[in-house]
Design a protein. Structure first.
Length: 320
C-alpha cells in the first residue's frame, strides 16, 4: 500500500464519537472525541459523525489530500455489505440508516461500515498482534464480549453479515440469562460485569473481609471489575479465586473456538483482557481439556496492540 496513504477511523458509541487519522503503518494521530446525539433524529446523529471527521481534518490539514477513505465502527446490528445501520439499541436515532453512503456523499471518498470487533480484528491483522498470521481469531473482553474472524486478511462476515457473534456462544446451558436472551453465554459469565457479579456472590456467601469490598467503600454490593483487579494486584486471595474461575470459563470458550475455527493465533483486546492477561498461561494450559483439536496447545494467546484506540484503528483498517 502507498506509504503516504491515510484513512480516517471513526468509532461511534451511544454517547461519543471518536475519530483519528491513521497512516499505512497503523499509527494514529489527530485524535478527537465529540458527543454523540443518539436520541435525536438521524440527521443529528450523522452531524456528530461529521463534526468528528471535520475536527480530524482541521487538526491535520496537510494530510487531507492523502485521505483515501473513511471507516466507521458503528453499533450493530448492521449490514456491512451495504454499509447500513439497521436498528442498534444504543443509537436509536438510526434505523435502516445508510451510514456509508451518507459519509461517502459528504466527504467524496470511499466509506465503509462494520462492527467494532470485526474491525478491531482486521486492524490487529494489518498492524498489530495478528500480523503475519493467516487465520486469526480476535476477541474483545470488556463490558460485553465481541469477536471477529479474519481469514487471509479479510473479515469473515458469513451469508448475511451476522457472523462472528462469538460472545454469545453458550458455555453453560444452566447459566444465567444473557442480555441476548440465551442462557450461559460467555458474555454473561466472563465480561466485566460478570466478574463483578461473581465477586459479589462470593463475598455475600462467605462474609469475607476481602480487600475487594474495602476498595468498594466497604459495600460488597457496589463491587465492580476494577475493584477485583486492584485487589488481585494487591494479592487478595478472593480476587485471585474470582479471576481463576473466569480463566477456566474462558478456556472452555476458547477451546470451542479452536475446534470451530482452527485459528493460528488468538488475539485478545479490551479492558478485561488487561485484567485477565496474568492468567493467559493458565488458560492455555486448560484449553486442551476443552478442545478435540490435537494441536490446540500450539495456538498462541496474545494481547492486542490497540487498547482504547481499537475502534479508531479498526475503522480505519476497513479502508485499507
Amino acid at each position: 500500500m502507498p506509504e503516504n496513504r491515510m484513512t480516517i477511523g471513526v468509532d461511534v458509541g451511544g454517547t461519543k464519537v471518536a475519530a483519528g487519522l491513521v497512516d499505512a503503518s497503523g499509527a494514529i494521530s489527530a485524535k478527537t472525541r465529540v458527543p454523540m446525539n443518539a436520541s435525536g433524529d438521524a440527521t443529528a446523529g450523522f452531524a456528530a459523525v461529521r463534526q468528528a471527521i471535520d475536527a480530524v481534518l482541521a487538526a491535520a490539514p496537510q494530510a487531507a489530500g492523502a485521505v483515501t477513505g473513511i471507516g466507521i465502527c458503528a453499533p450493530g446490528p448492521l449490514d456491512p455489505f451495504a454499509g447500513v445501520v439497521l436498528n442498534p439499541p444504543n443509537v436509536p436515532c438510526w434505523r435502516n440508516y445508510p451510514l456509508a453512503e451518507e459519509t461517502a456523499r459528504a466527504f467524496c471518498v470511499l466509506a465503509r461500515v462494520d462492527n467494532d470487533a470485526n474491525a478491531a480484528g482486521l486492524a490487529e491483522v494489518l498492524w498489530g498482534a495478528g500480523a503475519g498470521y493467516k487465520y486469526v481469531f480476535y476477541g474483545t473482553l470488556g463490558t460485553g464480549i465481541g469477536t471477529g474472524f479474519v481469514f487471509d486478511r479479510r473479515i469473515y462476515h458469513g451469508r448475511t453479515g451476522s457472523a462472528a457473534e462469538g460472545g454469545h456462544v453458550t458455555i453453560d446451558y444452566n447459566g444465567p440469562v444473557c442480555g441476548c436472551g440465551k442462557r450461559g453465554c460467555v458474555e454473561i459469565l466472563c465480561s466485566g460485569p460478570a466478574i463483578a457479579a461473581r465477586a459479589r456472590a462470593r463475598l455475600g456467601a462467605s462474609g469475607s473481609s476481602s480487600r475487594i469490598a474495602a476498595l468498594a467503600g466497604g459495600d460488597w454490593e457496589r463491587v465492580r471489575a476494577e475493584h477485583v483487579g486492584q485487589a488481585y494486584r494487591e494479592g487478595d486471595p478472593e480476587a485471585t479465586a474470582v479471576l481463576q474461575e473466569t480463566g477456566r470459563l474462558l478456556a472452555i470458550w476458547l477451546g470451542n473456538m479452536i475446534d470451530t475455527l482452527d485459528p493460528d493465533v488468538m488475539v485478545i483486546g479490551g479492558g478485561v483482557a488487561e485484567l485477565m492477561s496474568s492468567f493467559f498461561d493458565q488458560i492455555l494450559a486448560d484449553i486442551p481439556a476443552w478442545a478435540i483439536n490435537p494441536r490446540a496447545n500450539e495456538v498462541p494467546l496474545v494481547m492486542a496492540r490497540y487498547g482504547a484506540d481499537a475502534g479508531i484503528a479498526g475503522a480505519a483498517a476497513l479502508c485499507f
